[in-house]
Design a protein around this ligand. Sequence first.
Ligand code: SAM
Length: 189
Amino acid sequence: MQAKYLSKATDLAKNLIAMVVKKNDVVIDATVGNGNDILFLCDLVGEKGKVIGFDIQDIAIENTEKKLRDKNMIDRVMLINSGHEKLKEYVDTKVSAIMFNLGYLPGKNHEITTKYKTTIEAVKQGIDLLEVNGIMTIAIYPGHKEGLKEKEELLKYLSTIDQKQGNVLKMEFINQINNPPLLIAIEKK
Ligand SMILES: C[S@@+](CC[C@H](N)C(=O)[O-])C[C@H]1O[C@@H](n2cnc3c(N)ncnc32)[C@H](O)[C@@H]1O
């Protein structure tokens, strides 16, 4: 039997995001990829909300743009073909949520993946942009070499965040083999 509620880090992330995001909010998808998370965010913010999405791969931006057009949601989205480490160059407003779904684009070149230095930079900038009680989720995939390094370095950095700045929660499957995904959630104080 498949697990229904605790199977995927990304589902847990969505539940946390859904708890916080309201209609008309501005939110960020820091890793657009195949555009699944951005559709979810578009639903939450509604027609008058705004979702700002980042990805370094043209193919991710192009496919997602098409998906959003097909669903009639493109007007509430700004897609940025650039690294999330430049978050603050593009966003100067407070946001209620930021989603990171790290790693590589499934089915595409696994060498093009998020890397810990740029991820940490983006997380730092993202925390600054979060409004009070805003939430950031980070799904980490340590099942590949770069992902394992990313997990180790990111956890080191996250554990140094002052608790006056925010609460940082780590959710981890502790009985699964082969470096299962884990989820970080940060609530800004
Ligand atoms: C696991 S996928 C994201 C899945 C996606 N959220 C979805 O719903 O399909 C990770 C994505 O991060 C992107 N990426 C890698 N480095 C990045 C960076 N520095 N800034 C933004 N995106 C990056 C990759 O190109 C890839 O598309």
